[in-house]
Design a protein around this ligand. Sequence first.
Ligand code: ZN
Length: 442
Amino acid sequence: MRFHRLLLALAILTAATSLAQQPSIDPAIAREIDSIPAIDNHAHPMLSPPADATDREFDALPVDSMAPQTDPIALRPDWPPLHDAWLALFNIDLQPPLTPDTQKQLDAARGRVKAREGGHYSTFVLDKSGIATMVANRVAMGTGVEPPRFLWVPYEDALLFPLNNAAMAAQTPDRTQFYALEDKLRARYLQDAGLTKPPATLDDYINKVVLPTLRRQHEHGAIAAKFELAYLRTLAISNPTEAAAEAIYSKYIDTNTSPDPATYKPLQDYLFRTVALECGRLGMAVHFHSMAGAGSYFSIAGGNPMNMEPLFNDPAMRHTNFVMLHGGWPFVHETGALLQKPNVYLDISQQALVIPAATLATWLREWLELFPDKVLFATDGYPYSDYLGWEESTWLAARNARNALGIALTGMERDGEITPVRASRLAHMVLHDNAAALYNFK
Ligand SMILES: [Zn+2]
């Protein structure tokens, strides 16, 4: 009896041990994934020294001055993986959270690497993160953030709000800041078009400001146009007539009074569609923010990518490719379903930083089982704070994304859905080939 109990206990112990030791990622798949130089579909790299010191063009709407929110774990100063990024990038062994003293040590270590790498500092971060090409979402490019390693995606939201934006800005404390920034960027686009204020008619505004801005960006290498629209209003885009849009434009441009948001919306929708159509004509994709946050006032319901479905279903839009940045979390099943539209894609930026690999792998697997040619690797590397710079967030998101991809592909292979050859093929597609096909890279 006692012997049987011992055998049973041994059997349970063995089973438990082998389960615990069962790697969640097949080593062959992990090796393959690690060997693929990636295209990062979306991030906000900062310029290399010496331009880095004053660089504020990494975002049209920098999120470092918003009203307080409850930060996800991955953005907090005590997040354990920070240690690995600091060690890998700056060769310094520090434990989060940093004290004033260890923060100084990190700053010094970062400074040493910047001094060593100089103008190559930004590409050094890519090399450390296994990224061959980073799609750089910036207001403008600059020192060290240049082709061929960095490709440009500028911001277009400012073009959608040519009127007095006081009523839009009054909606939340965050939007008060955002619209002031959009007004500034639109002034810059007007200046680039040789104007000091918007023209009197919508037709002139489109032909002298909107279309020339896009064409100039395209000539300067832009491969896509980015919208942070979900921070500014709902993603629902209606299909108003030109006459309806013109009536709103001419009425309010003349008096410089601020239309209420509902009155203003058809003009914004008309301008969005104008930009999206021109992007299709120029061969630029349309990127839009599609994830909850950042910020405590962000409208999660308004940012649901399902709001874009009528736009996606408009035959006139089928020559424009749309990319749902950040994969639409928490609406991850909805974004998966939207991939059946031939011109709709998603990336895993931002999710790759804040959602641990095992969890991210569950819906990544679902997407790969249905529409594997529409899923793009991305980090959303971003200068969040002194302890989580664009360098750390890029490196950590790249590692976590590769782990999530490894878990998803290993699960599919073990369940007999795919062969090892197909697993390798899918890894190349997500990390590189899907983006290369979308942007027509040679
Ligand atoms: Zn971003």
